[in-house]
Design a protein around this ligand. Structure first.
Ligand SMILES: Nc1ncnc2c1ncn2[C@@H]1O[C@H](COP(=O)(O)OP(=O)(O)OP(=O)(O)O)[C@@H](O)[C@H]1O
Ligand SMILES: [Mg+2]
Length: 247
């Protein structure tokens, strides 16, 4: 469903992505681990099209999308939840989800109709709100909701575009343990045919939700395999300098 071949990226003399080959099957949940600065976010930026790789290629559902824009990749079903704030603070949670759904459904530009009252949009918002547990905050202005709810909403907005592949960059960063558990449940409840790639620092969550784990170190894939094998890997223990024991 999502594949990279010999992906390489340098910023001047800094080599950030080294010959990365990834292959995700449809419905696979893959967690990317790796220390700070390993190149995880830079890899995501290349996958979604925000930056161009120096060499190598990216394939989505069999199509080479390496040269396509972010929007063209999104239209083909690649969606990302952002870590940086991409929410409309003045609108409610419902309206944020509705706008994302309306744009994805091609209903965002009509002048005559209010896209937020479109039945298909309403249906999508209801479904997504249930998936990401936003039912209780739906009518609150985004400016008034907690940080954790904002993070959930960011995932919700990505889902409202009805993606085939969902990329999440540290969805639990900065949230407390309870919210983190909420994310566990959320991830487990996602449609089983959705392909998910998550960058995650929380080991519990990583081992719990992952079908497969990829570890990046200095831009290079140093492990690719099942969570059990990752847990027992001496190399990974070394990379994480003992933080593994906390997992
Ligand atoms: N636009 C850029 N120009 C120069 N160097 C960059 C650029 N973007 C990223 N880098 C460098 O690439 C390396 C990898 O950064 P990246 O953000 O991908 O790491 P990461 O694995 O996501 O780290 P973290 O766990 O802290 O989020 C870092 O050394 C960073 O300074
Ligand atoms: Mg990062």
């Amino acid at each position: 469903m999502l594949e990279t071949r010999n992906l390489d990226k340098s910023f001047g003399a800094i080599h950030v992505t080294r010959n990365v080959a990834l292959k995700l099957e449809k419905g696979e949940r893959r967690v990317i681990l790796g220390p700070n600065g390993a190149g995880k976010t830079t890899l995501f930026n290349q996958l979604v099209g925000e930056i161009q790789p120096s060499s190598g290629s990216i394939h989505l559902a069999g199509e080479d999308v390496t040269r396509l824009s972010v929007a063209d990749r999104a239209r083909r079903g690649l969606s990302r939840s952002y870590q940086k704030n991409t929410l409309f603070d003045g609108l409610t949670v419902w309206e944020n989800l509705g706008l994302a759904a309306a744009i994805a459904l091609g209903k965002g530009t009509g002048l005559m109709r209010d896209p937020l009252h479109d039945p298909e949009v309403i249906e999508t918002v209801k479904e997504v709100a249930a998936l990401v547990n936003l039912g209780r905050s739906l009518h609150a202005p985004v400016a008034a909701v907690s940080y954790g709810v904002r993070r959930q909403l960011e995932v919700g907005i990505a889902l409202a575009t009805r993606p085939k592949v969902l990329l999440m960059d540290e969805p639990t960063s900065g949230v407390g343990p309870e919210m983190s558990r909420g994310f566990h449940r959320l991830l487990k409840n996602l449609p089983r045919d959705l392909t998910v790639l998550i960058i995650e620092h929380d080991m519990d969550l990583a081992f719990d939700v992952a079908d497969t784990i990829t570890v990046l170190n200095y831009g290079e894939v140093v492990f690719d395999g099942l969570p059990e094998a990752a847990r027992n890997s001496a190399l990974l223990k070394e990379i994480y300098l003992g933080s593994w024991e906390d997992a």
